[in-house]
Design a protein around this ligand. Sequence first.
Ligand code: ZN
Length: 432
Amino acid sequence: MIWDEKSECMTKKEKEKIQLERLQKTVKLAYENIEFYKKRFDEIGLKPEDIKTLKDIEKIPFTTKSDLREAYPLGLLAVPREDIVEIHASSGTTGKPTVTAYTQNDLDIWGECIARGLKMAGAKKDYIIQNAYGYGLFTGGFGIHHGGNKMGAITVPISAGNTQRQLDTMIDFQSDVLTCTPSYAMYLGESREKAGISLEEINLKAGIHGAEMWTSEMRKRIESSLGIKTFNIYGLTEVMGPGVAQECSEQNGMHIQDDHFYPEIINPENGETLEPGQNGELVLTSLTKTGMPILRFRTKDLTSLIADKCKCGRTTVRMTRITGRSDDMLKIKGVMVFPSQIEKALLKVSGASPNYLIHVTRPDILDEVEVKVEASKELFSDEIKEMEKVEKQIQASIRSETGLRVDVTLCEPESLPRSEGKAVRVIDERKL
Ligand code: ZN
């Protein structure tokens, strides 16, 4: 079940040859057409011809999210405006949005990458894909849609939300694949149980979930509550959208489409390149995009690369589950904490949902942390005493996971803020 064996199963030699050719072409394109890159290269006396080997990529300066923001909205195009056919953007919740622009060929490549992932999840041409990612500027909905079209499968563009309609669609259309954020998949699973719909009434086989961090505990809950196998998908607006990488049926790392995106892992502190197996920040360079090529983009996502051939037969390099974001790392009372650790702790307590908000303040000289957690619907309708008991359990679970003592407040289901279907995890009000 491989979508494009020729591209996904290349030997190391074949792969490196293609990567180098494409890298050289992309660097030339960026240098000759984008003022930002020309200036960056000229400042350090770097010429496109200096990229003679893949290793030479390390000579190229990094591109950051703030570089993209400064070029807002369309300052980084490498082609004339009339060649652009679609635009997407990040939400801009923490500043100006970052924009990505696609030529028709870029969209075809996006579709190709997603189609490879759909195939990894077992999809076929006659499959119904219930696409519950949000449609709009967010890349999730349209990305999956382009891939579904490329495969020739039947895409239902239901978008995010309207849970009753999602469940009706699963039953009436007998959808085969569900695509949405993991938190929404979990909510749909819980809603199915509450509505008394049996697993036999729905026909779901696979779920492709990403766009936010999730844990293996969450995966287990989604898989059992929807009766599916789940596939972790990775991508980001700045580079393309979802489909940069995805898990195959081995569920052991996500295959990066490395004939289109060149991955590196760096030490986030000093920018040095790290070896496969070492954990660090993922840096991506587009190899085939022409609308808005991007060189050495610092994703801030922490992961490591697996270079060995996968049991599925694909040779594309894999990346492990994202363990955190280098800028999400919170230092609380001197302790390093990742939101994912809080999530892990929550999933160990029954009655707690994985929807939470970490609120950090420093009223005086000491940090104070309040973790607000959405209660399950049953628990919320229960007695206060029962709620207090669960709050204490959550507190203990967080303490054993992180070593931190935090205040825990259970709140009403679905009361915490969300953006683009993604949960807001941290509010840090300390003036550091
Ligand atoms: Zn594989």
